[in-house]
Design a protein around this ligand. Structure first.
Ligand code: UDX
Length: 486
């Protein structure tokens, strides 16, 4: 009888913060379950991770179980990588030809290590599924977004066929798109659709890329989603079993990881969980925690637009006025690396004065710790999926200003389905910002929103406790990886 290999998983995230972040958490979860992991980054992000994150000592607890590898992203290290992509976006459509040869070599050169038995790749890097299959290696796709967004992508061909996309000229953006099978009864309007649905031509390369990657991901033998079964049931039932037989919902991953870390150390606080949660590609500025310590309970608005969004100068100024005029103290992440072009030129003195009086601005914050801080009472966010889940678990209501891709859908879910925040959508004039901040921080709506925050947060927290859906699904994943069958 052929001897079964010990499980060895290769994890391969898309080269952006919000993806690396989640997949590193999965890597640690697997190491906690004694599964060997090779974590594959692009050279550029590998260097940044080593520079800004104490990743080697974090994984030193798992001798022989964790190793980092890197391959080229097709550009020299000093090549400009715009915004938070930490990747040259022009190479997005050529990832296959750029990265497949190195991935193939890596899977071939299994020297010094046991053979890879499963590849868990980002669901938008499906060339890795094809490469793994050449070697007869099992594959799992990991989508880092919400299920609602993933499901919308599966609906796209039908929306195109039925003439809903491209949107008609002068279309009413507040109208629901309900006539397509599978979309009935839902509440998404045109303005809630993923940003790249609003194209002039259906041949648009971004649209084609996301649709192709979505359908290709079904070639994997299973799917991992960072979500909670009971919170996204209607969308999961569209995906399972039509597109995937086997779906492991493991969210909120950060919370599952924290629980399992505590469980595996028997509650002994041997690990510095705070710094272990830093997966960043930017240098973390922890001084904001000291600033938060000096602020009253639930008084601070935390402001962050994630790792990719770029604000125009006028958006920056409008947000700034809205925050200052709201009268609430604010902690604002203004990402370093030129996120806001000309950010401090000609900023009115009254805004600078507003920061001196009641504000704190940092380049990159320890977000999970910030959200869990007693002084934080609200989160002005771009509605990235990680930020949404982190805020939900921390019990912090959101003021959503979705920027791109999946975020338009996430903010609708937060505002209308879960009712744990308000959805500003594309509006960010100073008076709207001021009003929304006041409504969420202390207005008439806060009480009602906080009730939903507690209720929905509870569902998420239950899922990652023993016997909860994400907890059980993770156990099943580990068993399946160990027995070599997903
Ligand atoms: C985007 C998408 O919107 C998201 O849904 C997708 O899954 C990944 O790509 P991004 O702009 O990076 O994500 O936002 P988000 O998903 O919220 O992730 C940002 C991460 O960076 C969060 O985990 C957050 O905790 C972390 N972060 C952000 C910090 O640690 N410090 C900061 O100062 C800002």
């Amino acid at each position: 009888m052929e001897e079964k290999s010990a499980p060895h998983v290769l994890i391969f995230p898309f080269p952006a913060q919000g993806h690396i972040n989640q997949m590193l958490k999965l890597a640690e979860l697997l190491c906690l379950s004694s599964i060997q992991v090779t974590f594959l980054n692009t050279h550029h992000n590998h260097k940044r991770l080593l520079q800004f994150t104490d990743i080697r000592s974090r994984f030193a607890r798992f001798p022989g179980l964790f190793r980092l590898e890197s391959i080229s992203d097709g550009a020299p290290d000093d090549h400009p990588r715009p915004s938070g992509f930490t990747f040259d976006f022009s190479k997005l459509f050529n990832m296959n030809s750029i990265m497949s040869p190195d991935l193939r070599n890596l899977l071939l050169s299994n020297t010094n290590t046991t053979p890879v038995t499963c590849v868990i790749c980002d669901g938008i890097m499906t060339f890795a599924i094809d490469v793994a299959k050449e070697f007869g290696i099992q594959t799992i796709a990991f989508r880092t977004t919400s299920t609602s967004y993933f499901w919308a992508l599966f609906c796209l061909p039908k929306l195109i066929q039925s003439g809903h996309i491209p949107f008609p000229v002068d279309a009413d953006m507040d109208e629901s798109v309900l006539t397509v099978p599978g979309m009935e009864g839902f509440f998404f309007r045109r303005r809630d659709a993923p940003s790249f649905f609003n194209v002039k031509e259906v041949t648009n390369p971004a649209l084609q890329f996301f649709v192709n990657e979505t359908f290709n991901s079904s070639k994997a033998s299973a799917l991992i989603l960072n979500t909670v079964e009971d919170l996204e049931k209607p969308f999961l039932s569209q995906i399972r079993p039509n597109h995937f037989q086997n779906v492991y919902t493991l969210g909120p991953l950060h919370s599952l990881l924290n629980n399992l870390r505590i469980a595996t150390t028997n509650g002994r606080d041997q690990i510095d969980f705070a710094s272990s949660n830093h997966n960043g590609l930017w240098e973390q500025d922890r001084s904001c925690l000291t600033w938060l310590d000096s602020q009253p309970l639930k008084s601070v608005v935390y402001v962050s637009f994630g790792s990719i969004a770029v604000l125009t100068k006028s958006q920056l100024v409008e947000f700034w006025y809205g925050l200052v005029n709201s009268g609430y103290p604010f902690l604002w992440v203004k990402r370093s690396g030129g996120e806001y072009s000309g950010e401090d030129e000609n900023i009115p003195e009254e805004l600078r004065e507003g920061v001196r009086k009641r504000g704190c601005i940092v380049g990159w914050a320890p977000q999970e710790e910030v959200l869990a801080h007693r002084a934080v009472g609200g989160f002005l966010t771009h509605s990235g999926w990680n930020s949404t889940l982190e805020s939900l678990v921390a019990g912090v209501p959101m003021i959503c200003w979705p920027h791109q891709v999946d975020q338009q859908m996430n903010s609708r879910v937060v505002g209308e389905l879960w009712k744990i925040g308000v959805d500003m959508k594309e509006r960010c004039d100073r008076s709207t910002v001021e009003k929304m901040v006041r409504d969420v921080m202390g207005g008439a709506r806060r009480e009602e929103i906080m009730r939903s925050v507690a209720e929905i947060g509870d569902v998420a927290k239950k899922a990652v406790r023993p016997a909860g859906s994400s907890y059980m699904n993770f156990e099943a994943l580990v068993q399946d990886l160990k027995s070599g069958c997903q």
